[in-house]
Ligand binder design. Structure first.
Ligand SMILES: [Zn+2]
Length: 317
């Protein structure tokens, strides 16, 4: 029998909510600009009322709710410890008011971990048993599904692929360390590389595209597509480094599948081919054959991830 859950994706610019069926169908979507300057209590009220509205006409009625958010969460306590998108939103318990208002169990999960379970249940990871999911976007995140269950680690930090150190003397990462993969091959890192090329006057193509605004990773890719070999080398090098980070993880966890999502996938084979080569070059034995798949969930990855977490909780009660 089809069941439904309420899912929410607390993003940097938008708060999205929907009802999701156990077949992965997304219905009754609602969307709200992320409240930027509101007090935590006000944000909690807005989130709760958005989810209540999404639930109103859903049949069958949702059996649980889950919010996926960037940052550090304590899933057990239902608490957002730190959310980089929402200043001041620290140590806020979200699930208690939500469950009281909606009258169903409520859960919270880190968005990248939720995305991993979403791919596992509804997306490119279906049929997998051990899955590593990497989100390659402005930042780099990830999540782990081990023996068919989301693996959170002892403090909810499991899957923080972005802070795998690739070069201890590399650029400073926002976490404080040097040479994390996020500081070397994320959207922000590619934008920084583009800025360095521009400031050194090394890419006329890039300058033509960017003018005097701030460059992005997408600009670097566009310049590479137009034949700029330095820009292409930057992207290929970034892909190589991503492959080293993922390859190390594959050697530790021996997953059957690695799934990838995020805006950097638009760079296509220029990024992904050197990534795959580097992964395989350091893979231990048959791990060189680990399946790599691109996400099939598109923009719904966050919502379907949150839904997958809610379904997992309800099935294991
Ligand atoms: Zn870091």
């Amino acid at each position: 029998m089809t069941q439904t859950v309420l899912a929410a994706d607390f993003g940097g610019t938008h708060l999205r909510a929907a009802v999701v069926t156990s077949d992965g169908e997304v219905i009754s979507r609602l969307d709200l600009a992320t409240p930027e300057h509101a007090m935590p209590a006000e944000i909690v009220r807005e989130v709760t009322s958005l989810l209540a509205r999404a639930a109103r006409d859903a049949r069958p009625a949702p059996v649980a709710a889950c919010i996926a958010t960037a940052g550090l969460v304590n899933a057990e306590a239902g608490m957002v410890i730190f959310a980089p998108n929402i200043p001041g939103f620290r140590n806020v318990v979200l699930t208690t008011p939500l469950a009281a208002e909606l009258g169903i169990p409520a859960f919270i999960e880190n968005d990248a971990s939720a995305a991993a379970l979403g791919e596992f249940r509804f997306g490119a990871g279906r049929g997998s048993r051990n899955l590593v999911h990497a989100t390659l976007g402005t930042g780099i995140g990830g999540g782990l599904v081990i023996e068919g269950r989301l693996y959170r680690g002892s403090q909810g930090l499991a899957g923080e692929i972005g802070h795998t150190i690739i070069d201890p003397s590399g650029p400073r990462c926002r976490c404080g360390s040097r040479g994390c993969i996020e500081a070397m091959a994320s959207g922000v890192a590619f934008a920084n590389r583009a800025r360095i090329l521009l400031d050194a006057g090394k890419s006329a193509v890039l300058h033509e595209i960017v003018g005097y605004r701030d460059p992005t990773g997408a600009d670097l890719h566009r310049a590479a597509q137009l034949g700029d070999t330095l820009c292409e080398a930057e992207i290929r090098h970034g892909g190589h480094l991503l492959g080293l980070a993922l390859g190390n993880l594959v050697n530790v966890l021996n997953p059957d599948t690695v799934t990838l999502s995020g805006g950097l996938l638009a760079m296509g084979d220029m990024l992904l081919q050197p990534m795959r080569e580097a992964m395989d070059s350091l893979a231990y034995g048959p791990a060189a054959g680990t399946t790599v798949k691109l996400s099939t969930l598109g923009g719904d990855g966050g919502l379907l991830g949150a839904a997958a977490v809610a379904f997992e909780y309800m099935e294991r009660r």
